[in-house]
Design a protein. Sequence first.
Length: 206
Amino acid sequence: MKKNIGILFLCFFLSQSFFAQNLVSAEIQSSSTLKINASTNLLKFELRQNDKELSKGKLKIETTTFHNKTYLTQNQLSVMVKSFTSNNFIALREFFKLLKSDSYPVLQVQINFVEPLLISEKGQKYIGNALISMTITGVTKQYSIPITLKSNGNIFILDGNKKLNIRDFGLYPKPKMMGLVIINEWIDIDFHIVYKIKSEEDSVKP
């Protein structure tokens, strides 16, 4: 099943709005975006996750809050590598090769915990960190990602950015065109996730 990496971070909101051991459902909206910004020694390029793929599926997640940290159960999610698109066909093709998309078609992401740091006076903006485990080509690494969450009724907008080195996953870009083109090992992951969230109690109401 295709699910979006951004949904992992809904637990940040949950840590503010629900008590321990609560079951909620969340649905990604079509206005969400997930981008990877990369570059070579000659140019920059952008890879974008298909918004139709991002908006697929609904999750039911149980959360537990302990010592100001929120943990999740059954939260390992998947992102299909080949659902990324780009206006730079050559860069997209090389991206698929680099991530060995034929052998490893799915990126896996799992939340460990989230920890809120700051809440605005109106209680509509949250800032915190999420500790996640990310698996690419069978290699798993942990990262702390700063996140910002804004709320408007039951609609929540999640923004975050993380700079990663793909060598962390044992991936080493090979020079192209007889060494004239060199892919930068650093990439920026940028996400803007819009989702609707409900408690299970609200979901079963007629």
